[in-house]
Structures are given as C-alpha cells and as structure tokens.
Design a protein around this ligand. Structure first.
Ligand code: PEP
Ligand code: MN
Length: 255
C-alpha cells in the first residue's frame, strides 16, 4: 500500500508497517509473514547500522535474495533501511520504499541519491535533531517533497534515561497541523520496551499520525538485535484489531 495512490494521496488511512528489526534468515521472515495476518507492508533491516561495530550487521546481499523470494510468495510490500548510496542499486529491485534511519538524517549524499529514485522515503528523525532541522533535511529530496517523504518520529534523546528515547508526540501533532507530509510514529525505538508498544500505538493514532512502524519478530527473545522492544506477531495482530476500533473514532481506515 505504501507506494499506491490510495495511501499517499489520502489523509484518512493509517498504515501499519511491521517486521523484525533485522532480517536474520528466510525462516524468520517467512514465519513473520505467515503469523502476522493482514500486514501488507513488511519492514526488515538488510543492512543494519549498529552502535556497536561488533553487533550483527545484517545479511546484506543474501538478504535481498530472501526478500525477493518471499515477496513473490506472500505478496507483501517491502521497506528496508538504506545506509549508503552504494546500496541503492541493489535494494531498488526489492523495495517499495526506502527507510533512512536516524543515524543518516544528515547523510546528504544518501538523500541526494534517493531524490533520484522516485520511490517514497520513510525519513526518520535524528536523535537530537530539531523539527526544523528535520524539515530542512527534506530539502535534499525536492523531487519527492511532501508527497513522497514520510516523516517518522522515533523518539529523541533527552535527559530522561528510563526509556530508550523520549517520544516527541508534539512533533507529530505539529507536523500534521503545519505540513502536508505523511507522519509515522515508531513506538518500538521510541520506548525500547515491548510492553509500551501497544499504548504508544494508540497514542500515535490519537496524535493524527498516518501510521506506525512496529518491530515484530516471531521469537522476540531470540532476536539478534533490539530484542527487548520487539513484539510477537500475535501481539501485533491484537494491536491492529484495537487500532481498527480506534480508527472509527479518529476517522482513520487501518490498512
Ligand atoms: C530501525 O528502524 O531498525 C532503526 C535502526 O531505527 P533508528 O534509525 O530510528 O534508530
Ligand atoms: Mn531496530
């Protein structure tokens, strides 16, 4: 749904994008795809930007082949993070939209490259960027503009260390009231705590967001990255059911 007119041209949809933090194996992604009912847009990291260089860095090229096969079988749309302009050509065969992660919000060469690709970009806010700096960075992708850039609020760094980040819900409300960008919330990275994903997903809808990006893994405790914040596909399905009900009040169709 991500690249269809239906989502990008309408303000009444609420899109759930979900999947494991990192693509770890064919079996893992296939289990996610079969266990998560009705998730039309899957996100899984193929190239991971890890704070610790010794952590799992993603499957790279092998991951692309896995996604190609599973897309053909399960008919989902796919989004993954691109971390370097040199990955764009390889990933273009498999993505319906690109994700630019927090650590790359200021990677202007990457943004210039994506500007040439005509696919939507899910553009995450850097940990310490102001809303204005985030908007300014969008200026490096003028061909995409407000129609094809989806801003994703994933929490910012504050003095508070109880949770991984602090979800700046103000930014979502402000952006929706002042711009025509689509705006997403990432409740997983915003909190870092799986029990917080459900209430923060409700908050996302109440704030006027156009969707959420949720990390979900068939066996969260075995995840190679971000295990404490990943929810099971069963929990994800439950959240979707609840959002469908909330959507009746907020006038949003959950897709
Ligand atoms: C991610 O989405 O897996 C990720 C690394 O997020 P962020 O760039 O927001 O840290
Ligand atoms: Mn992650």
């Amino acid at each position: 749904m991500l690249n269809t007119e239906e989502f990008l041209n309408s303000s009444s949809n609420f899109l759930i994008v979900a999947g494991p933090c990192a693509l770890e194996s064919q079996e893992q992604l296939e289990n996610f795809a079969t266990q998560s009912h009705g998730i039309s847009c899957v996100r899984a990291g193929i190239f991971k930007m890890r704070t610790n260089p010794d952590s799992f860095q993603g499957l790279g090229k092998d991951g692309v082949a896995i996604v190609k096969e599973l897309k053909a079988k399960h008919h989902f749309q796919f989004i993954t993070e691109v971390t370097d302009p040199r990955q764009v050509e390889l990933l273009d065969g498999v993505v319906d939209a690109y994700q630019v992660g927090s650590r790359n919000m200021y990677n202007y060469d990457l943004l210039r490259e994506l500007n040439l690709m005509h696919k939507p970009v899910l553009f995450k806010r850097a940990f310490s960027a102001t809303v204005q700096e985030w908007i300014n960075a969008c200026g490096y992708m003028p061909n995409l503009g407000e129609e094809k850039i989806i801003l994703c609020e994933r929490g910012i760094r504050t003095f508070e260390t109880t949770t991984r980040n602090t979800l700046d819900i103000n930014s979502v409300i402000y952006l929706k009231q002042n711009y025509n960008f689509k705006v997403f919330v990432d409740p997983s990275h915003a909190s870092g705590i799986r029990e917080m994903v459900r209430p923060l997903s409700h908050v996302a809808m109440a704030s006027g967001a156009d969707g959420i990006l949720v990390e979900s893994h068939p066996s969260p405790d075995l995840a190679l990255s971000d295990k404490s914040q990943q929810i099971t596909p069963t929990e994800l399905n439950l959240i979707k059911e609840e959002l469908i009900k909330l959507g009746e009040f907020y006038d949003k169709k959950v897709i």
